[in-house]
Design a protein around this ligand. Structure first.
Ligand code: NAD
Length: 298
């Protein structure tokens, strides 16, 4: 019987572990937040009292934590994964973190004798619940093949993005492009309406023209146009502004490390920062439309 340790049972970790339990795996979980741990236990996860206890007997260790600093805290130190996982365990960090920290974890894992993958995901909470996440995996191809059977129940797509850090690099670039195109979409939604165009008609035109993009099709920020858009629901979060802000920040840090200037990403980051400064970090990132038109409907 394969045992999986899971550290971080929040918005993503909870549905991801449910899919592993439903697939027949034994999942031993830990979260600092007792309510998160209790919710996972209701789905069939076995509760551990610490990271050390969770990982002790595991064949695979997954982490799904907010940021690089949390991942470092969970992997390092006396009570951490490196000191307590058993020999031969495969370690997979699915948190979205900075490329530099991912590379540090790869190095420290190798020094401690473990195989490690950076494996962030795309698809949000709904993709996590449906088991259709896209996994972007960095590290050795052979390690991915070992982990593939346990990633499968959570995934719609699994990509070997490349060597160490390539998963995090792919995720950062992807989400940076999403934020930059979203800025174009919110500006288009405002300008088209102010020019007197009917939102549905304009959307139908752009969708089959060169203005098309994923956020245009999925997140159009005017109510009544696209069913999946947060604009239909008072901009309650489908992808929080704070997470989008974090992800663009990771791309900017990565760009800095290779000496690339990204003016569009900087602009999108500043627009997201404005939402955070105004207390809208928990709202949907498509609320960026309010920066262009404070009276925008929704
Ligand atoms: P979350 O904040 O809901 O969950 C993180 C969990 O980690 C929390 O329950 C927290 O208590 C726990 N935690 C933090 N430090 C810990 C420690 N030292 N030991 C044990 N538990 C600890 O976040 P989330 O939405 O589940 O996101 C997790 C990661 O996935 C983030 O990196 C995020 O960027 C990424 N991600 C999120 C989404 C999304 O739509 N929510 C989509 C794709 C990727």
């Amino acid at each position: 019987m394969t045992t999986i340790a899971w550290i971080g049972l929040g918005n993503m970790g909870k549905p991801m572990t449910k899919n592993l339990v439903d697939a027949g795996f034994t999942v031993v979980g830990f979260d600092l937040n007792e309510a998160a741990l209790a919710a996972a236990v209701e789905n069939g996860v076995t509760a551990a009292r610490s990271t050390a206890e969770a990982v002790g007997d595991a064949d695979f260790v997954f982490t799904m934590l907010p940021k690089g600093e949390h991942a470092l805290a969970v992997y390092r130190g006396e009570g951490g994964v490196f000191a307590n996982a058993r020999s031969g365990a495969v370690l997979v960090d699915s948190s979205t973190i900075d490329v530099d920290t991912a590379n540090e974890l790869h190095e420290e894992a190798a020094q401690a004798g473990f195989e490690f993958l950076d494996a962030p995901v795309s698809g949000g909470i709904s993709g996590a619940a449906a088991g259709t996440l896209t996994f972007m995996v960095g590290g050795e191809a052979e390690t991915l093949e070992k982990a593939r059977p346990v990633i499968d129940p959570m995934a719609g797509n699994i990509f070997h993005a490349g060597g160490n850090g390539a998963g995090q690099a792919s995720k950062a670039v992807n989400n940076m492009m999403l934020a930059v195109s979203l800025q174009g979409v919110v500006e288009g939604a405002v300008l088209s309406r102010k020019l007197g165009l009917d939102p549905k008609t304009f959307h139908s035109i752009a969708k089959v023209s060169s203005g098309d993009s994923w956020p245009l099709r999925t997140w159009y920020p005017t109510p009544g146009v696209v069913e999946t858009a947060a604009a239909n629901n008072g901009f309650a979060s489908t992808f929080a502004a704070a997470l989008a802000h974090k992800d663009v920040g990771l791309a900017l840090a990565a760009a800095d490390s290779v000496g690339v200037d990204l003016p569009g990403a900087k602009l999108a980051y500043a627009q997201l920062q404005k939402l955070l400064d105004e207390g809208y970090g928990d709202m949907d990132c498509t609320l960026m439309i309010r920066n262009v038109d404070p009276e925008a409907p929704g």
